[in-house]
Design a protein. Structure first.
Length: 173
């Protein structure tokens, strides 16, 4: 089974398993090696809400959804974790803001040269991050934020390589 097929299975399973009415459409299902994130869109607040109230209203809508769906989300996550052997995280989008309820924090080991460590230490000294680990995560988020288009193109290219590879000859024969 290709990575695309496995991802399609995960998307299909969640589309069939999630209760109707939770989200305004099909949730986005984001999958990597360790985690499956399910992010659904909630109805946006009315346009006539004053700007001063908007942020608080969005926060309240997200919190209400989180509390009202907690038991069902846990039940669905346990089923999915058994089926797909990956942890499940949840989040919502409301009024253009994404709020993640649960996420997996995975340690990643890396080797950095002194000049790279100095960048992290500068971020810690400036109070941008609490530790080198936090500083590295901050750097990754910053790069991801400013290179979304490039990263999307790279992911598409990798999926194409995966499809071509799976269509090639079976070398185990």
């Amino acid at each position: 089974m290709t990575a695309d097929d496995a991802t399609a299975q995960v998307h299909g399973w969640f589309a069939g398993r999630l209760p109707e009415g939770w989200f305004t459409g099909a949730p986005e299902v984001i999958r990597d090696r360790e985690e499956i994130a399910v992010v659904g869109t909630l109805p946006d607040p009315p346009d006539d809400v004053p700007e001063a109230e908007r942020a608080a209203l969005i926060e309240g809508l997200c919190r209400r959804f989180r509390e009202e769906t907690r038991e069902r989300r846990i039940e669905i996550a346990r089923e999915a974790e058994r089926r797909f052997r990956q942890k499940i995280s949840w989040g919502v989008v409301c009024g253009g803001q994404t709020v993640m309820f649960t996420t997996l924090s995975v340690p990643v080991m890396t080797r950095l040269r002194q000049s790279e460590r100095q960048v992290l230490d500068t971020l810690v000294a400036a109070g941008v991050a609490r530790s080198r680990s936090d500083a590295l995560a901050w750097c990754v988020r910053l790069v991801g934020k400013h290179t979304d288009t490039w990263l999307a193109e790279l992911r598409d290219a990798l999926q194409h390589v995966d499809r071509v590879r799976s269509a090639g000859p079976d070398i185990n024969s």
